[in-house]
Design a protein around this ligand. Structure first.
Ligand SMILES: NC(=O)c1ccc[n+]([C@@H]2O[C@H](COP(=O)([O-])OP(=O)(O)OC[C@H]3O[C@@H](n4cnc5c(N)ncnc54)[C@H](OP(=O)(O)O)[C@@H]3O)[C@@H](O)[C@H]2O)c1
Length: 469
């Protein structure tokens, strides 16, 4: 026998939806916004906050609205001077959307109002996990449950594990051993946070690192939003935008979620979106630790940076200049201008000159190239000079001539806070070579090996969704 309408889940959902929509409409009326105007304004505002200027098509995809309807509503919001459409410089048929100052202020107020209505409406839902049903029905596939206050399990009520997309390396080294797979959302252990990864950056040679724990998820630096924390974590909460360098002994960040020691995470820079933020932690911390901790670089000293336009080198160049050193960088011919733009006093074209013959001696060599470049570096040192390499152990012959060390970067919240401050003050900026979606991870790793790369290669995992706040 069919269920009575009062007992039918679909019927109940229909009525609940109507009640919820009425509540939202009433709450938004004083702001002169309809519900759909709110959704598109809030989405555009949020995308802009992430550094994106979406087209109407991209906005419709994010908001889950019909394209024609989106176009009409965007015009109505534009007439209210809450957002503007600009012609895309690269494709003049497309319009890029951004909120006006008034639109941004209204979006923030409206989001707070809608969140208040939501929290009152759902106050009676005893287990927040029950809301995971709504997330699943939105995306049509399994998504994470609401943060579990115990932080121990990320499972659906039926006990089935939450799944996510992740890139995995199945054999050492090769691009062919990379695949996009469905794997379990990682469990959050004591002292950890589960991060919804928005973007993750990758590093040359890193596919060689996880030899003893395959299959492994690569990428060790991320920017994203905290989804859940373990119960012993008190300094982070769900919803916090964070960045960080992960430990190298476990699965990385080329995935929709990553479990990270909370002490390795810090608030991401306010002035960068997730894609740019993801490009900083590993390379920025490597440069910081190499120059200032291991290299003891002081104001007024001279430093030579091998590979100054690369992922690590770009930050070494900027940080050494910020410290007040005289900076010389080496690169290929095409990158020389870039190095000067990053703040180097002098750029050496490595194909045209030998660094030993071209410049005065230096107090510190910071090496991101290795091999014979590292081996030759003692010849350019002043008395008491130091060599720091991030590529490999200095050969014994070099150690006889100079103080030289190799080190591996370590996560540090304090240094991330310092780097975020420098970014927000405009003292340093990430140079991004290219951005790939997760599904093109192989091409991204291939790009690392191709000459002419400048700065970092980033995987963009969340396409700046409106639900990522
Ligand atoms: N130990 C650690 O903790 C640590 C941390 C991060 C990275 N790493 C390692 O450090 C290395 C560099 O990383 P990365 O992300 O900066 O790599 P990258 O982005 O590929 O940068 C290396 C740069 O070196 C330049 N280069 C290549 N051959 C050169 C040569 N013969 N002489 C001078 N410059 C040369 C390249 O630029 P041009 O072609 O323009 O010269 C390139 O930009 C990688 O092996 C990575 O795995 C280690």
């Amino acid at each position: 026998m069919p269920l009575h309408p009062n007992d039918s889940p679909g019927f109940l959902l229909w009525h609940a939806t109507l009640r919820w929509q009425r509540g939202i409409a009433q709450a938004l009326a004083p702001l002169d916004l309809t519900h759909v105007q709110f959704v598109l304004l809030a989405c555009t505002w949020w995308l802009n906050e992430q550094g994106e200027r979406p087209t109407q098509i991209a906005l419709a995809a994010q908001a889950g609205t019909d394209i024609k309807m989106t176009s009409q509503v965007v015009r109505s919001v534009e007439r209210k001077r809450l957002l503007e459409r600009e012609i895309d410089a690269a494709d003049t048929r497309a319009r890029r959307l951004h909120v006006t100052k008034r639109g941004a202020e209204l979006a923030v107020r409206a989001i707070a109002i809608v969140e208040q209505v939501d929290s009152e409406f759902f106050a009676d839902v005893p287990e927040r996990q029950a809301l995971s049903f709504l997330r699943r029905s939105r995306s049509g596939r399994a998504r994470r449950a609401e943060p579990d206050p115990a932080g121990a399990e990320m499972t659906r009520p039926g006990g089935e594990a939450e799944m996510m997309r992740a890139v995995r390396l199945r054999a050492p080294g090769g691009l062919d051993a990379l695949a996009l797979e469905q794997v379990e959302v990682p469990h959050v252990g004591p002292g950890e946070a589960l991060v919804r990864v928005h973007a993750a950056a990758i590093t040359r040679d890193e596919l060689e690192w996880p030899l003893d724990r395959l299959p492994a998820i690569p990428s060790y630096e991320l920017s994203g939003v905290v989804a859940a924390v373990a119960k012993d974590v008190s300094d982070l909460s769900a919803g916090d935008p964070v960045w960080g360098l992960m430990g190298f002994d476990r699965d990385g960040a080329a995935a929709e979620y990553a479990a990270v020691a909370a002490s390795f995470l810090a608030p991401k820079p306010r002035t960068l979106g997730h894609v740019e933020s993801a490009a900083v932690p590993l390379a920025g911390l490597t440069a910081w630790q190499g120059l200032f901790e291991h290299g003891r670089l002081r104001e007024g000293e001279r430093v030579l940076i091998h590979g100054a336009a690369g992922g690590v080198g770009q930050f070494a160049t900027q940080l050494a200049r910020w410290r007040g050193a005289h900076v010389v960088g080496t690169s290929s011919t095409a990158a020389a201008e870039e190095i000067l733009a990053l703040g180097a006093h002098q750029a050496l074209d490595r194909s045209a000159v030998r660094f030993e013959d071209a410049i005065d001696r230096v107090d510190l060599v910071f090496d991101t190239v290795g091999g014979e470049v590292l081996a030759r570096s003692a010849a350019i040192l002043r008395e008491g000079g130091r060599i720091v390499s991030v590529v490999g152990e200095p050969p014994p012959a070099l150690l006889e001539k100079a103080e030289a060390i190799y080190f591996v970067v370590e996560p540090s919240r304090d240094q991330l806070l310092e780097l975020a401050r420098l970014v927000d003050d405009g003292a340093i900026r990430p140079l991004i070579d290219s951005v790939y979606p997760l599904v093109e991870a192989r091409s991204a790793f291939e790009r690392l090996t191709i000459p002419g790369k400048r700065g970092k290669v980033v995987l963009k995992i969340v396409d700046a969704r409106c639900d990522g706040r």
